[in-house]
Design a protein around this ligand. Structure first.
Ligand code: FES
Length: 77
């Protein structure tokens, strides 16, 4: 079983855990999830509306947009 997950964020969510500031990956590319490891830098220069996949070396490949953005946004507070 496998699935594709669409990530639109190009940077981490900054959250406070007690007194500690933690950067949580929102781009989906971190190899240290749930924490940001800086891999989101590979998303710089993405074209709006274009869908990409990234290989293990974080090299970008464009794919046809067969998966339109969801019409409903989910916000975690
Ligand atoms: S937000 Fe994903 S690696 Fe930084």
């Amino acid at each position: 079983m496998s699935r594709l997950v669409r990530h639109d964020a190009q940077g981490p969510a900054i959250v406070m855990v007690g007194e500690k500031v933690v950067a949580v990956c929102q781009c989906g590319l971190s190899r240290n999830k749930p924490f940001c490891d800086g891999s989101h830098r590979a998303t710089q220069g993405e074209a709006p509306g274009q869908i990409y996949v990234y290989n293990p070396a974080n090299e970008r490949v464009e794919v046809p947009d067969q998966f339109p953005a969801p019409t409903k946004k989910f916000v975690v507070e």
